[in-house]
Design a protein around this ligand. Structure first.
Ligand code: NAD
Length: 377
């Protein structure tokens, strides 16, 4: 059976859905692997590296004979139309509000899987693309902040005087936020963080950062069974805003990562709050794709708002493509391996498997995921 890895067509996407390591693994599982020429270039993987790992270098036309297509982004309608009916397609599908794209995948007859819907359970940890990519985004956010900041991060005591350590505040201490805390600490910043989930308090402290939050009764109950944040009440948000506004005014850099599943990103920083920060401060908004945590953030741009540089890059994992591809490729292969029969070494999709149920969007010509099945007309 053939696994095909295309060159990503989405503009600005530097990641690729394979690494030499993942190709070796796929080959050992019994697959014939075909990688589109140039697919790895922006992730610093030349075609020759894929060949050495056992892949054949092909062209976009090879998609037509593939039993499995591994991708970073959801295939476009013309791409998916070129796939074989019945092919398995794994990608970050971005399925919400994408009815037409789901319909296209269904009518192409492919079994399309949204990697970002992987349940956050122990068994699936090594397949969790949200974690692998958010972790790198958290790191890169600090690097981007350091680049925009016109001062040094660590304290430096020199004969010519002392440079104070930068103060970094991380809002939202999930996967990305915790990595941002760790990275800022490694660069020598004085780091504090906030979150609405009580479980995050200990994690923040264990990384050596100060935890700042309104710890009332609502906070103590603010985590869902799935470990995600809840939408907080207007009253809580007002108290949180007052506390963070005061803290923010003393910071040099703020990195926001706050998300609530299925909702627009919470607005945590207003223009007023930016105005109270020192000139030359930096705000990196990792939630810009979902509406932004910072007022005035512009998707894919660095803008100045009230004297603060507001960084709103999209696809931050793609800014560190070589590392992101390597982890993403591992996530994909681990998931695909669960679909291969141990006895026959052939693909054997088990639609009853909980990972399949959670991630499969289309199958057998229809949209099958309960969250996306169109309402009857
Ligand atoms: P996320 O990307 O959905 O959100 C980022 C963070 O923003 C979260 O920590 C959230 O609590 C926080 N947030 C939301 N509203 C906020 C507000 N108003 N103010 C401040 N912060 C706010 O979250 P994530 O990074 O995907 O992680 C969510 C949870 O899942 C965490 O508990 C994480 O440890 C857990 N997790 C578990 C597994 C696993 O078991 N396999 C894997 C990954 C993550």
């Amino acid at each position: 059976e053939i696994v095909f890895i295309p060159l990503e067509s989405f503009s600005g996407e530097g990641r690729v859905a394979a690494s030499p390591e993942s190709v070796r693994k796929l080959t050992s599982l019994g697959f014939d692997v075909v990688v589109e020429a140039g697919a790895g270039l922006l992730s610093r993987i030349p075609d020759g590296e894929f060949e050495k790992a056992g892949a054949r270098i092909g062209s976009a036309a090879d998609a037509a004979s593939a039993d499995v297509v591994l991708k970073v982004r959801r295939p476009s309608s013309s791409e998916v139309a070129s796939y074989k009916s019945g092919a398995i397609v794994l990608a970050i599908m971005d399925p919400y509000g994408s009815e037409q794209a789901l319909a296209d995948m269904a009518s192409a007859g492919v079994s399309a899987f949204a990697m970002e819907l992987m349940p956050r359970i122990t068994r699936a940890q090594s397949m969790d693309v949200l974690s692998s990519q958010a972790n790198l985004a958290g790191y890169q956010a600090v690097i981007d902040a350091a680049y925009e900041f016109d001062r040094a991060m660590p304290m430096m005591m020199t004969a010519a005087g002392t440079v104070p350590a930068a103060k970094v505040f991380v809002m939202g201490a999930g996967v990305a936020g915790l990595q941002a805390i760790a990275t800022a600490r490694r660069l020598g910043a004085v780091v504090s963080a906030t979150d609405v989930r009580p479980a995050s308090k200990e994690q923040v402290a264990s990384l050596g950062a100060k935890f700042i939050a309104v710890e009332d009764e609502e906070f103590k109950a603010a985590e869902t069974a799935g470990g995600y944040a809840k939408e907080m009440s207007a009253e809580y948000k007002a108290k949180q805003a007052a506390l963070t506004a005061e803290h923010l005014a003393k910071q040099d850099i703020v990195i926001t990562t706050a998300l609530v599943p299925g909702r627009p990103a919470p607005r945590l920083i207003t223009r007023e709050m930016l105005k109270a920060m020192k000139p030359g401060s930096v705000a990196v908004d990792l939630a810009v794709e979902r509406g932004g945590n910072v007022e005035g953030a512009v998707a894919d741009q660095v803008v100045e708002v009230e004297g603060v540089k507001v960084v709103g890059y999209l696809n931050v994992p793609g800014r560190i493509a070589a590392s992101a591809s390597s982890l993403y490729a591992k996530n994909l292969v681990t998931f695909l391996e669960t679909m291969v029969s141990k006895e026959t070494k052939a693909l054997a999709l088990n639609v009853e498997d909980e990972l399949v149920k959670a991630t499969m969007l289309t199958h057998g010509g229809a949209i099958v995921h309960p969250n996306f099945v169109p309402a009857p007309a």
